[in-house]
Structure formats: structure tokens, C-alpha cells
Design a protein around this ligand. Sequence first.
Ligand code: ADP
Ligand code: ZN
Ligand code: ZN
Length: 792
Amino acid sequence: MYASVIVDIPSKSVNQVFDYRVPEGMLDILKVGHRVLVPFGRRTIQGYVMKLSEMTDFDLERIKEIARTLDIEPVLTEEMVIIAKHLADYYIDQYISVIETILPAALKANYKKVLRLAEGHGATAKRLLESHQQGGEVETRRLPAPVLEELAPHLASGEIKEETVITQHTKKKTALAVYSLRHPEVELSRAKKQQELLDVIESSSEPIFIRDLAAEGFSNHLVNELVRKGYVEKVERQMERDPYADRVFTLDPPKVLNEEQQHAYDRIAEMMDAGEPRTFLLHGITGSGKTEVYLQVIQKVMDEGRNAIMLVPEIALTPQMVNRFKSRFGDDVAVLHSGLSHGEKYDEWRKIKEGRARVSVGARSSVFAPFENIGAIIVDEEHETTYKQGDRPMYHATEVAKFRSRYHNCPLILGTATPSLETYARSERGVYERLELTQRAGTKVLPEIHVVDMAEEHRGGNTSIISQTLKEAIDQRIERGEQTVLLLNRRGYSNFQICQNCGYVPICPNCDISLTYHKSNSSLLCHYCGYESAVRRICENCQSDDVTFRGTGTEKVEEILRDMFDTEIVRMDNDTTRRKGMHEKLLDRFEEEEIPILLGTQMIAKGLDYPKVTLVGVLNADTMLNLPDFRANEKTYQLLTQVSGRAGRHALSGEVIFQTYNPSHYAIQLAKGNDYRQFYEKEMAFRRLARYSPFYFHVLFTVSSEDISKCLKATSHIHDALVDAVSDKSIIVGPSPSPLERINRQYRFQIMLKYKREPALLEVLGGLDEYYHEAYRTEGVSLRIDVDPQVI
Ligand code: ADP
Ligand code: ZN
Ligand code: ZN
């Protein structure tokens, strides 16, 4: 038997399988998807088994043997092996980098570390085994994964019983627990609740976690009373790591679906029963009850003993979504959070792999959740660009989801209020089945939207960033004890510093971009590379002291609002949410303390659902319109619709104010009228004329180098290669400087290929990629090939 192995060497030149002989003792154990250690040159390295076969083209005299396996069960399922290959081919990348994207980072440990661990744990495993053979108990659930790996052969042979194995690597984390000091004579007759609590604690032979008591309705205060009276004592106990452990979720029962929801549910359920991998577009206005449909579809999936994957754009920004899933399904939900440590991610991954979780909720990479029997996949806010990975491999999660839906013969549901043009166009052609939710759930209606022309506002003498209309509306909310959400898509204090004597603007030495002034730490910061310098009050160019700041960011608006309304404000942007858990903390404060105003960048546009929010203000609706990207109008429409959807979701009705310098622009006007259909038609006309997606596919080539002449030479080489290779129906745009021409000392030039059909394209791209992989080593020129780019 021979195994074809992808080895962990991130180089184009070894982007292929190597065959190894499978040693006798491994014949029954080794499967496709196993991690192995193999000799490679004079080293031993980690690899993944992609194929097992009785034949090999390798020279039988020289073929080497697999040294050892690293896991009890294969880490990659057969499905993942196929996906890895598909993604590497489609997105022009290396197999090993795709495999490492699919697996949790904790498994990428380099082979030396693995070996060292294995040796250290080998001794532990040996001791355990001896103790076990002498009748001792092996508590496998407490063992770290490497020890279990050592024990694998003994497990395989039945020497140790399999059912005792829970390979969860338990993290040492403690929480407070209480136990009874056993005063049988205690009678707390006048404190019934305390007596009840004491009974609960006494009935347990082990200390009970205080958080578990809280979930049962016993408050911290009550526990402390018993401690104070000396009936119980607090101790620290170890617990398995669960990032949501200290939260209490109240059970949320399913709602009776309205007619449109029911129709959507029925269609999805029908396809699920038929085992048809259909893609649905669930197009529902904000607050129309899409999430309720997801939840009920998932309930059906679980009732049938299958699993579901729920993708959200960015989980840190959608804590309320996690709450709803936890409230409905409890511990059956695994949350794959970008804020988790490697160890925590690995824990959640194992939870799924071992069948202890039934549903996963997570961002982009959780589309690889290792379920083996998927009944439905859901992509919420399908239009979001975060579903496309910005680094290699530059995969799109929806594409992976489609692949998995076909593999498992289950429906895929793309939900949004503002579909991407590509998705809506497919629903028009019947490639996807469209389901519409046109009303807000319950008796709620969409908020009323007003557009304020800021140019007129300035002519009328108000030069503030807050228009008179918005000011009055906020005042009203404060008076009525309601809340306001304000969006300004620009962080920092001022956009840039300028010398009023000579016009000099300090720019980043690495990026040719003006530096943003941050007042809190008195610095000028580059938002692209992180370069930071202290503010100087004297012009570097002419030594004049007549320097000033222009443009307004969230930090400054916070000051303005505080002066204007004399009230507390919660500000949410990259600067205030850098620390882990800050998103949730700030949102909790906004809700619980009923702070009148929440000000933030676009991170506040998604998912928020607070009953007292009745006003949403967009301070500058034009920021996205001016981006040099053919999707600028689409992004503007989407952002305005999303953020408007935060207002009036409950009993109180909502109002929205857009401030803009382009009051008649169709993206703004149609967002105001909530007319997606007309926006789609207008935007499609523009796309057709300019020959952009969805009428053409795109590939974006970006060349970068510190040496501008090398950039130019490389782009003209790529241009010529494309002219030779593609059909004359395809369009090659460029070379031209990238919208941000220099970042991190690297010059950047780009070429865009637009095509409808290019059967041989993959080979051309593969060739170019290989060539520039080498050129990077020798000449410092790199090429990035972005297939189906999201951001130009
Ligand atoms: P979306 O995901 O489309 O923004 P949600 O699912 O969050 O909408 O629903 C908006 C609000 O309406 C939520 O508070 C939800 O609990 C409620 N809701 C959803 N469906 C129903 C229903 N069928 N009956 C009553 N309330 C509902
Ligand atoms: Zn100057
Ligand atoms: Zn910079």
C-alpha cells in the first residue's frame, strides 16, 4: 500500500503529492486525511495523506516509508481532501496552504515541536499504559491530545477501551464554586430563597459552580449571604474552557411564522426532504424575520439528526445573533469566534468533530466546520465582503458552502436585505430560488427616512457636522428617553494636518497616504501600515506655526456631541474596541445604562436590535460613494439600508436621517425609498455598459515591489502574457497604479482581466503564479492573483 502525501513545505516547487510506503503496522490504521510524519530529504516533516493506493509511479527501490501517524482519527475528512484540491486549483494556491486554512491553527504545529511533544508525552503514555495493565483507571478525558496520540495504537488494538476517550484538551481555567459546610440544624425559615439555595448546594457531593447557580436563578448576592453566615464556603475549581460559560441564556421558544416566513420555510424543508442541494436567496427587508426562519430550519435539521452551519459576517460584531442561537439551542451550538485563542478554537473544532455540537455559528473560516452529516448551510448577510478572504488562499466562503451543499445534498440559504448584484442576478435567471420577505415581522414597519443636503446646510450658515434637522431629532430622543445610533465611517480625530502657509500635509513615509490625527494620544497615525509619529505644531516644510487639522473622525465627533447635548456617549471604532471583548462591553453599556447616543464606524451597522433605538443618523452618506471601486454604489446602498434597519425594530417606530452632499444620487434616493428592485436595475445597466461583474468575471493581478521600475516591467510582462493567452472577447484593463499606489514601502500596480469564458485560464494563471513565486525570491517582485475579487 502507498500513500500520496502533501508535505508541509510552503513552496511552489513542492506543490504536489509525494508517495510513501505504508508500513505493515499502519495498514489497518492509516486513512485518507491522516496527519503523518514523513522523511523528506534529510529531514522529517509533517504531511497529510491525500490518497491511498496499491500502486505508485515512484521508484520502488528508493521509495521511503511513513515514519508515524500523528492522530487517532484522520483530521481531514474525504470531503475536505476534495475541497482542498478544488480550492487550490480554483484560487491558484498551494495545497498545503489551503489545508492549513481548513484546519485549526493548533494542528499546524511544526514537526519538531510535534516530535518533542510526542517524546515527552511518550513517557507519560507509557506510564499510564502500565498502570492500566495493572488494573488502574486511565482517565483519558483529562489527557492532552499528544498523549492520546501516543496511546492510539493501544486504543486501536482494544487494549484500552475507546469509549473512555474524550480527546478534548482541557485548559486549566478556574471558576468560583461553593460547597456546604454541613450544618444539618440550619433552619433559615425567614429566608426561603436562601434555604432553597442551601438545599441545592447540600444535595451535591461536589462544589457547584456559582455561574451554574446563577443559571438556576440564585443570585450572587444570595450566595454571598450564605457565605457570610458561614454555611457554605467558596473554592476555586477547574473547568473546561467555554467562552460563553459565564453568560446566562434564557430559553427562546420558536415563534409562529407569518405567511411569507412559512412559505420560505416550506420550500427549504421540501428541498431538504428531497435531498436536493438547492441554493436559496432569502431576500427579506431588515427585521422581516429571516433569523427566525434560519432557527426553524436548523431545528428541523437537528430533529433529523443532522448538522447545520450558520455563517455570519463577523462574529464579534453580532453578539446578539450568538445569543439567539444559544437561547434556542443551548449547548448544541459551537461558536467559532475570531477572538478565540488557538487552544479555544481547537476545543470548539473537536466539539464539532466528535459530535458534541450540532450547529456551528461562526465567521468565514467556520464554513470548514468538520461536520459529517450536514442538513443545511446558511450564509447570513451574504453580500458582505468579509466572506472573501483577503490573504491567500483568497477563497469565498459562499463558494465553499455551495460545494459542501452539493456534497451533502442539502440546501444552501443565502439571506440578506440587500443581495449582491451577482446573487440577485442568479435568482433572476433561476439559478437560485428566490424567497421574499417583504414585511417586518409582527406589526412593525420600516422607519421613515429623510435626506439632508449638507451643502445647503452650510449655505444656511450651519458649518457643524450635525445638521439642524438631526440636532432637533436627537434632542427629541433625549427628552423622550429613547436612543440614537450615529454612523460616521471614519475613525480618528481629524483626517489630516495641513499647513495654512504652504499647504504641506504630513504623509506616511511608507504609504503615500496622509496621516490621521488621533487626539487622545497626540499622534499622527497611518491607517494602512500602522506608522505613528508625534504631532508637531510646526510645519516640517516651511517651519510656519500656522498648522491646522481638517476633516472629522469619530473621536472629534464624540467631543462635538458631548458639547452639543451634554450627555454620555458610547463610541465604537477600531480604537475603542481593540481589546478582546470590548465590542460586547460597549454594547451592553449602551443597552443597560440606556446611554442616549451610540456613535460608531460601520461596525455598528450590523445586527444590532435594541428596543429603545428610534433614531439612526448617517453623518456622511458619501464616504463610500467616493471609493475607487466599481461596487461603490452597491456598498453605499447596502450600508445605508443596513444601518437604517437598526431603527424602530420594536414597539416604538423609527426615523432615519442621511446627511449627504449628493442628495439626488440614486444609491441614496433608492435606499431612502427602500427600493432594492429599482436599485438593482439601475446598477445592472451601469455594470452592463461598463462591462463589469455580473456580466463579466474578473481576475485582478496586483504586482508589488519596492522598486517601481521592476513593478512596471512585471506588469507589462503579465499584460503581454495575457494578450497572448486569452480570447479577443476578453478585456484587459491596465496596467495602472493601484488605488493605493504605495503601501508599506511597496509600490503597487494592477491589471484587471474581464472575461466571459476562458477554458484555459487556470493554466495561464498557474504558470504566472509559479513564475512570480520564483521572481519574488530572486528579484523581490511579487504577484497576487485575486480570482473573483471583492474589493478592487
Ligand atoms: P431579520 O433577521 O430579518 O433582521 P429577525 O429574525 O431578527 O429579522 O426578526 C425581527 C424581530 O421580529 C425579532 O425581534 C424577532 O424575534 C421578531 N419576529 C420574527 N419572526 C416573528 C414572528 N413570526 N412573529 C413574531 N415576531 C417575530
Ligand atoms: Zn508649511
Ligand atoms: Zn503607512
